[in-house]
Design a protein around this ligand. Structure first.
Ligand code: ZN
Length: 280
């Protein structure tokens, strides 16, 4: 039994990448208020552009739930100094997530270090990097959410590519970590339903991101579709997500250089809200 999203815009969260080319974070926060969107998930570069404390205040004043901060991760590096710098940056990201009251810090874990072809080693570096920051996250009560990325990003963005792989890593790491399920990355996975159920059973389902997969996709990074314009069975996946006990917001996250980033941002938000109520 799916929750009824129609008429309740508060169950939608906006990942700020969706209108990042048109608006700065202040304008995005105001846009969420205008369109009665319930949550927001900002990116760190947008936060730092207007200031961390200013961001926290504006989000609180707007009454928005922060469904995540994007993003930590990017752990692998070619040498020890690089790995330590990445660990330090993730500690800062955890602190920032705490300051803005985020539900979780989303981790895009990183891919192969420059010059390497050793994917197993990169995955080991991810595990070690998360291990090094997890106590800091736990003591600050900031859950970390591994976002498995589509395998086309294994080299440059994330070498954790399936929900099962992410959950196995979580199990090895212990408390304080779970997953962000983004339909763009996992919709194709034959084990998706089982993975979502497994995450829910262990209270590891921390965030749910929606967009759509266009046929054809013209750019692997920047051609995500608006919900309803592609081939992802959004209602089917949300059925699994809610059956697993997820009761937080659906976060709309659309990178779309050639289409949605070129449109009037108020029209984009209006479309997001309408689609969220009808096809998600
Ligand atoms: Zn995502």
């Amino acid at each position: 039994m799916l929750r009824d999203l129609s008429g309740d815009t508060s169950l939608m969260s906006l990942n700020t990448a969706t209108v990042r080319e048109q608006w700065d974070l202040k304008e995005i926060i105001n846009g969420c208020v205008r369109h009665k969107i319930g949550g927001i998930s900002p990116w760190r570069d947008q936060v730092s552009a207007i200031g961390l404390d200013e961001t926290a205040k504006r989000i609180e004043d707007a009454g928005l739930r922060v469904t995540g901060l994007c993003r930590g991760g990017m752990f692998p590096a070619a040498d020890a100094a690089g790995r330590q710098a990445n660990i330090d940056d993730n500690r800062r990201a955890i602190d920032e997530a705490v300051t803005i009251g985020a539900d979780c810090l989303v981790l895009v874990v990183g891919g192969l270090p420059g010059g390497s072809k050793d994917l197993a080693d990169a995955r080991g570096q991810v595990f070690d990097g998360i291990s090094a920051v997890l106590d800091h996250a736990r003591s600050n009560h900031m859950p970390l959410a591994i976002e498995p990325l589509h395998p086309m990003y294994a080299a440059d963005r994330a070498c954790v590519n399936t929900l099962r792989q992410a959950l196995d890593m979580c199990d090895g790491l212990g408390a304080g970590i779970g997953v962000a399920v983004d339909v763009y990355h996992v919709w194709w996975d034959p084990d998706l339903e089982a993975g979502i159920a497994r995450a829910g059973a262990n209270s590891q389902l921390l965030a749910y991101h929606v967009c759509d997969w266009l046929v054809e996709t013209k750019d692997l990074l920047l051609d995500r579709g608006m919900m309803g314009d592609g081939v992802i069975d959004l209602k089917g996946i949300r059925t699994w997500v809610e059956a697993a006990g997820y009761d937080s917001l659906c976060e709309v996250e659309i990178f779309s250089a050639a289409n949605w980033w070129k449109r009037d941002p108020d029209d984009v938000l209006k479309t997001c809200v309408t689609r969220h109520q009808t096809v998600v």
